[in-house]
Design a protein around this ligand. Structure first.
Ligand code: ZN
Length: 313
């Protein structure tokens, strides 16, 4: 009997060792991102299926073509004058529309760099919401993103459903994530995008981060088809001030990025980070314990100021 128990323990030990040694996988198999639940939503009542926040294109409404045809003069002040030690001073023009591309669930050992190549080629930036436990998969890519002026936010330690956690669990997840971000980047993120957009009041008021969701979800994680992702973004009735949700773990999303970045720029959009979008397009501040959600980005976009008067003839 004792031998049997010993054998059992040995088997269990071996199995768990095997599991621990398994390579870390990006969480693509996990539940899709969900629309942010209402502020007061009981996490227990989170919808099972993602409520698509894909904007239904309105045929009559045209994209901001006036701004789109504006000359790409960059007369604005440089971005990140006080925060970005390593960021290049890119000139942003407050009179022109802005879009933020965001990439979740990485970093990926191959695709994150490929996305960065595209951004670099076009002088663009994006925001990467990284799952902390994936950081060791591609630490150089994450450092490269930061050095390029991209923003790196947290997507939790293990793609957890933070909205279903109590404060202690949330803080534990954050501490574990911060340790890895600190190790790789030498800083901890100020932005948090909760996986599935799931959050509760505790998270929003005590995490000490700025919580960021999105407004446009072309569902790249579901269709895994570049042409579909591109057409869903291009079909939007409004892109100025919007936050596009993508994932850095699919080759199809890399392909979509190849088309979307130059296309957005041709339409006159400046590709900016989330913090730049909030500061330069919304004339607002990035503050801790505050959430910048669908309603914020969708409905509070200020009118574009008129371009500076041309010099008198
Ligand atoms: Zn995610």
């Amino acid at each position: 009997m004792r031998r049997m128990i010993l054998l059992l323990i040995l088997t269990l030990l071996l199995t768990s060792c095997g599991a621990a040694a398994a390579p870390m996988e990006p969480p693509e198999h996990q539940l899709p991102e969900e629309t942010e639940s209402a502020d007061t939503a009981d996490p227990g009542q989170m919808p099972e299926l993602p409520v698509s926040d894909l904007d239904t294109p309105v045929a009559e409404e045209q994209p901001e073509t006036d701004e789109g045809t504006a000359l790409p003069e960059e007369v604005g002040e440089p971005a990140a004058e006080e925060t970005g030690e390593t960021q290049p001073a890119r000139a942003l023009d407050r009179t022109r529309p802005m879009v933020a591309l965001t990439y979740d669930d990485g970093p990926h050992a191959v695709y994150t760099d490929q996305i960065l190549d595209i951004l670099e080629e076009h002088g663009a930036v994006a925001t990467f919401f990284e799952v902390a436990r994936n950081l060791p998969n591609a630490p150089d890519a994450v450092r490269r993103a930061a050095a390029m002026g991209c923003e790196v936010g947290s997507h939790s330690y293990r793609h957890a459903d933070l909205g279903k956690m109590d404060k202690d669990s949330q803080l534990a997840d954050q501490a574990a994530a911060d340790a890895l971000f600190q190790e790789v980047l030498g800083t901890t993120p100020t932005l948090l995008r909760p996986p599935y957009g799931s959050m509760n009041k505790t998270l929003k008021t005590t995490c000490g981060r700025s919580i960021v969701t999105w407004t446009i979800d072309p569902e790249d994680w579901l269709c895994k088809n570049a042409a579909t992702v591109v057409s869903r973004v291009q079909g939007q009735s409004r892109l100025d001030g919007q936050v596009i949700l993508l994932h850095s773990i699919y080759p199809s999303t890399v392909e979509a990025t190849k088309t979307l970045v130059p296309w957005l720029q041709e339409q006159g959009y400046q590709l900016v980070t989330i913090s730049e979008l909030i500061e330069y397009r919304f004339n607002d501040q990035v503050e801790p314990n505050r959430s910048y959600n669908y309603d914020y980005f969708r409905f509070q976009v200020p009118e574009l100021p008129t371009a500076a008067e041309p010099a008198a003839a």
